[in-house]
Design a protein around this ligand. Structure first.
Ligand code: 5RP
Length: 227
């Protein structure tokens, strides 16, 4: 199976977790695109939801196109279930997210959800958290100070750039600094360090957030790992 087929298989399994009348959170990325397509098919055969929130304009446009009305997170009391992709997943279901630059809204939706399910192909599963640049979203007003701080800490920062070589700008008008730490020796310690830095809006360490990961394996098996 190709990686695209694996992503589609994980997404189609996750689409079956969605129950009528739920408040549903829908993440961002190429795997989630398959989820939205599967949800569109379910909607065409009668699925109705209490509300749908999402984590990027890309997903919102796709949800709109298959007939779901998207609400802002602030308009719902709580999300019942959020399904999202992930860039890396460790055995304890901690993850690195933000490869698509949507980490701030992704984390806000996830922590306000009763249940969080990630859909991945097996290439995302790692024995220790790492293997992917850790995104840190920073305010432009103090980005240089935080960049130098990361350099001094040996975190090997790099501004994320667009294909045209410009600094990537998030939905909220911020920059992303990717840190090269592989593996991450103490994820909770690093998260606490980043959380207390002024000018850091959010980071891609998603710890103690995911409840279940659906993994599509190359041999065709679809595995569910639960917390
Ligand atoms: C976006 C994310 C995505 O969920 C993550 O990058 C996985 O994407 P894909 O399904 O395309 O591999 O965190 O910010």
């Amino acid at each position: 199976m190709t990686q695209a087929e694996l992503k589609a298989a994980a997404a189609q399994q996750a689409a079956q977790l969605v129950q009528p009348s739920m408040v549903l959170g829908v993440g961002t990325g190429s795997t989630v695109a398959y989820l939205i397509a599967a949800l569109g098919k379910r909607r065409a055969t009668g699925l109705t939801l209490a509300a749908v929130v999402t984590t990027s304009n890309r997903s919102k446009e796709q949800l709109d196109a298959v007939g779901f009305k998207v609400s802002p997170l602030a308009a719902v009391a709580q999300v019942d279930l959020t399904i999202d992709g992930s860039d890396r997943v460790a055995p304890n279901l901690d993850g690195i997210k933000g490869g698509g630059g949507a980490l701030t809204l992704e984390k806000n939706v996830a922590v306000n959800s009763k249940r969080v399910v990630w859909i991945v192909d097996e290439s995302k599963v790692v024995p220790r958290l790492g293997g992917f640049p850790l995104p840190v979203e920073v305010l432009p007003i103090s980005c240089e100070q935080n960049f130098r701080r990361f350099e001094q800490e040996g975190l090997q920062p790099q501004y994320r750039l667009t294909p045209a070589g410009q600094r990537y700008v998030t939905h909220y008008g911020n920059y992303i600094i990717d840190l090269a730490i592989d593996p991450i020796p103490a994820p909770h310690g690093l998260a606490a360090y980043l959380d207390q830095l002024t000018g850091v809006v959010e980071h891609g360490l998603f710890l103690d957030i995911c409840d279940e990961v659906i993994i599509a394996h190359r041999d065709g098996q679809i595995e569910s790992r639960q917390k």
